[in-house]
Ligand binder design. Structure first.
Ligand code: GDP
Ligand code: GDP
Length: 465
């Protein structure tokens, strides 16, 4: 069974922020844990192919937070800790060690399980020294992290994965590359890490795109940028949150659109408009009226996002209208069905009107953008690929062997892979899908489409049969 890791800590240290960052906003269905129903506090994460289930103990019960302060760890949280294979104690680097931290550290140490100390809210390397205060908790090395900004998460995750999943497989040497026989991979698309992230809000009329836009921009912010003339296109609206820079594409279009809504065929128009926005964005946020639920038009827009190769987050807006749990799970099912062809897109609930979930939405936008431009080093990729081929070689083509020589990632945005193969025409589409699924299992790629191409490579020793 997939190992379970429990995230423990007193209230407000950032457990759920850490959980959300690791899970990426899409809690998994935990089928293999009998008495734990589909709780949104359970999810999955992975570190280079090593998958872990996660539980945020703070969120198990609304009462839990209060009781942690009182009588030690809440019973339900305790059960999660009992079941866990590894424990992460989250503390707040800014406030220093507290009595509750000591109490929790003691209880966790008593379990005899591997415990990792995550000192959160260390938002910049300048503050890394804050971890020294926490050595008195006697939990070994402390990991300085910033759940909010994503600092230090990999180091923590790697240590946890090593402890609960076993060590990573040894790397294998790079495959040989013969310039005489191998085609050069396509040119790398230029990517500037400092360039602002281009985000488009797309969806049907009245979903809440302008409300969301207005909430993010705010009068002052948009004004400042307009005056500064930082835009290349007057309909785009740059804005910043902390050190993160964004451009909302075609916000004027959203507003313009809102005015002609009463005219005919607005639904179709929303698709047409979405198209041009999607083209100009890195990340498309598909905004859906949660009160109405997703419809065919939404599926069509989602299809365009996938076709265009953009990263995608699905935002169910007007969460304030979906109050009952029954309605929520119904909505979740409907969303899953409608976007079954986009199983990789994270779904999140927001209320543009109230501002609920908007920060998390932006975090998701950041995460999917990162996945969208993720590059897997060739050595790692081929190590992964050797296992995949061993597990399931490509099917025969008219009775002939189809041989894949190697795999390479040609470009990012979206991540695009090339399979070098003796018989491209003989590669079954189902096998490409299989490879894509395995790539996702191993590397995540949450929120981004993947592309897989097959190219011919002549075997230099023998004729292809
Ligand atoms: P929980 O009660 O432990 O689940 O804590 P939350 O995840 O709800 O976070 C509590 C508060 O700390 C929220 O206001 C977060 O935005 C903030 N927070 C969480 N992680 C960080 C971080 O890495 N840096 C900073 N500066 N604030 C954070
Ligand atoms: P757009 O056509 O997609 O730009 O949608 P608007 O932003 O104009 O919103 C359409 C309607 O939904 C307006 O009446 C908004 O006030 C309302 N609305 C937007 N966000 C929310 C929300 O979170 N909750 C509720 N109840 N209404 C919302």
């Amino acid at each position: 069974m997939t190992p379970l890791v429990a995230i423990v800590g007193r209230p407000n240290v950032g457990k759920s922020t850490l959980f959300n960052r690791l899970v990426g906003g899409r809690p998994a269905l935990v089928h293999d844990t009998p008495h734990l129903t589909r709780d949104r506090r359970y999810g999955e994460t992975e570190y280079f192919g090593r998958t872990m289930r996660l539980v945020d103990t703070g969120g198990l019960d609304p009462e839990a937070a209060r009781e942690v302060i009182g009588a030690g760890i809440h019973r339900q949280a305790m059960r999660a800790i009992d079941e866990a294979d590894g424990l992460v104690l989250v503390v707040d680097g800014r406030t220093g060690v507290s009595a509750i931290d000591h109490e929790l550290a003691k209880q966790l140490r008593a379990t005899g399980k591997p415990v990792f100390l995550a000192v959160n809210k260390v938002d910049s390397p300048a503050n890394d020294a804050l971890v020294h205060d926490f050595h008195e908790l006697a939990l070994g090395d402390a990991f300085p992290i910033s759940s909010a900004h994503g600092r230090g998460i990999d180091a923590l995750l790697e240590a946890v994965a090593d402890a609960v999943c076993g060590p990573a497989p040894a790397p294998e040497p790079e495959p040989e590359f013969d310039p005489l026989f191998d085609e050069a991979p396509p040119e790398e698309e230029k990517h500037d890490d400092n360039a602002p992230l281009r985000v488009a809000f797309v969806g049907r009329p009245n979903a809440g795109k302008s409300s969301l836009t207005n909430r993010l921009l705010g009068e002052e912010r948009s004004l400042v940028h307009d005056v500064a003339g930082t835009t290349t296109d007057p309909v785009d609206a740059p804005f910043s949150i902390g050190s993160r820079n964004y451009v909302l594409v075609d916000t004027a279009g959203i507003r313009r659109k809102a005015r002609i809504e009463r005219n005919a065929d607005i639904e179709k128009l929303s698709v047409t408009m979405a198209l041009s926005q999607i083209e100009r964005a890195d990340v498309a946020v598909l905004v859906i009226d949660a009160g109405l639920g997703p419809a065919e038009q939404d599926a069509r827009i989602a299809g365009k996002i996938e076709e265009a190769g953009r990263a995608c987050v699905i935002a169910l807006n007007k969460s304030d209208l979906v109050t009952s749990d029954a309605k929520k799970s119904e909505l979740r099912e409907l969303t899953k069905d409608t976007f079954h062809f986009l199983p990789w897109a994270p779904v999140t609930m927001i209320s543009a009107a109230r501002g609920d979930g908007v920060d998390r939405l932006l975090d998701l936008v950041d995460q999917v953008a990162k996945e969208h431009r993720k590059r897997i080093p060739t050595a790692q990729l081929n190590r992964f690929f050797a296992d995949v081929i061993e597990e399931m070689p490509p099917p025969l083509h008219h009775g002939h062997q189809v041989t894949i020589h190697y795999i390479t990632q040609a470009t990012i945005k979206p991540p695009t892979f090339i399979l070098m193969c003796n018989k491209p025409e003989g590669m079954a589409p189902s096998y490409k899908r299989f490879i894509a699924n395995r790539l996702r299992d191993a590397y995540g790629f949450r929120g981004t489409p993947l592309r897989i191409f097959v190219k011919a490579r002549k075997d230099r020793h023998k004729q292809d049969d």
